[in-house]
Design a binder for this molecule. Structure first.
Ligand SMILES: Nc1ncnc2c1ncn2[C@@H]1O[C@H](COP(=O)(O)OP(=O)(O)OP(=O)(O)O)[C@@H](O)[C@H]1O
Ligand SMILES: [Mg+2]
Length: 312
């Protein structure tokens, strides 16, 4: 079985602005067909990475490829297959959504002018802007502007969509709509690379994830695999803390910490049933025993050293 080249790959990719190493030694691997969430706190280097991938910023070192072709050398042949939304494209404030998209379409040397109207019409419909198509861009809400940006990325059929924080600044309704739109595109088989600082968003939308921290990729892989980061913990309620601690360490459950009414710690791979049985057999009075899993949020805070904004 021959495997398709990854939709996005990079090796040792780095960028420095002045003295600040903004992106360092980045090895991205975005499989074809994935919906990949590129997540990290503000300033962690997501936009800079996206700009390098698209050939908008020159890396200091390393290499990257889109759809199996080296960037930026293959930009002319590969970029027409890539739709991108990066920090507010320049739309004309006094022109309507339709007129703006016609301008964008006309700037694409591969697009046939005879079919421009229908392309623009279906892109607008796709993002739910048909009713506002004749309205001036100036009068668009932030959500409508964001959607027009996505429509511009959808004028041509794309093999890869790169979206930098497409829900940034949107209200909950707009956020849901854009998320739904992106999920629909991913479901059709388009590879989607979407950045976000909202963990909850990426968790709902994506099947792959890459986590940035201070310019470095600290975790990457299928979401299901990263769920494994959520090691199970226990919470034991007992008055016999010292005795309980002895039993636990006998089972190989180390570094349990004292909680208000007992002990808490990592299960360290020991089955909870075994722990409870050993405690009872040793005469420890067990008032309560619970197994808890940290949320993905908690697991990621450990990875990134920072909290994520989980609202929205
Ligand atoms: N052109 C530039 N000149 C100087 N510094 C820059 C430039 N572009 C980005 N930076 C710095 O690089 C760091 C990473 O910025 P970047 O925009 O890539 O982060 P981000 O992860 O996209 O953040 P956000 O979530 O806020 O969009 C920041 O400290 C930023 O100030
Ligand atoms: Mg950014």
């Amino acid at each position: 079985m021959s495997s398709a080249p990854p939709a996005i790959a990079s090796d040792g990719l780095g960028k420095r602005f002045g003295r600040q190493q903004v992106v360092a030694d980045l090895a991205l691997d975005v499989p074809k067909g994935a919906c990949y969430g590129f997540i990290g706190p503000n300033g962690s280097g997501k936009t800079t990475t996206i700009r390098m991938l698209l050939g908008l910023v020159r890396p200091d070192g390393g290499s990257c490829s889109l759809l199996g072709e080296p960037m930026p050398s293959a930009a002319a042949s590969v970029l027409p297959r890539v739709g991108a939304l990066v920090e507010g494209p320049a739309f004309h404030p006094y022109l309507s959504g339709t007129a703006n998209l016609l301008r964008v379409d006309a700037a694409d040397p591969t697009s046939d002018p005879a079919t421009a109207r229908s392309r623009v019409g279906s892109a607008l419909e796709r993002v739910g802007l048909s009713a506002a198509a004749g309205k001036r861009y100036r009068a668009y809400s932030l959500g409508m502007r964001q959607r027009l940006g996505i429509a511009a990325a959808l004028l041509q059929p794309r093999d890869l969509l790169v979206l930098d924080e497409p829900t940034n600044g949107l209200d909950p309704q707009g956020t849901r709509e854009v998320r739904h739109l992106v999920a629909g595109l991913a479901a059709e088989g388009t590879t989607v690379f979407v950045s976000s600082h909202l963990l909850a968003e990426v968790e709902q939308l994506c099947d792959h994830i890459g986590v940035m921290r201070e310019g470095r990729l600290v975790a990457q892989g299928p979401l299901a695999e990263l769920e494994g980061l959520r090691a199970q913990r226990f919470r034991l309620q007992t008055a016999d803390v010292a005795a309980a601690r002895g039993v636990l360490s006998g089972l190989g459950v180390q570094d349990a910490s004292e909680a208000t009414d007992g002990l808490a710690g990592s299960l360290s791979g020991v089955e909870p049933e075994r722990i409870v049985r050993a405690l009872v057999e040793a005469g420890v009075a067990v008032r309560g025993f619970a197994v808890v899993r940290p949320t993905l949020e908690e697991a990621f805070v450990e990875l990134t050293g920072e909290g994520f904004d989980v609202s929205g």
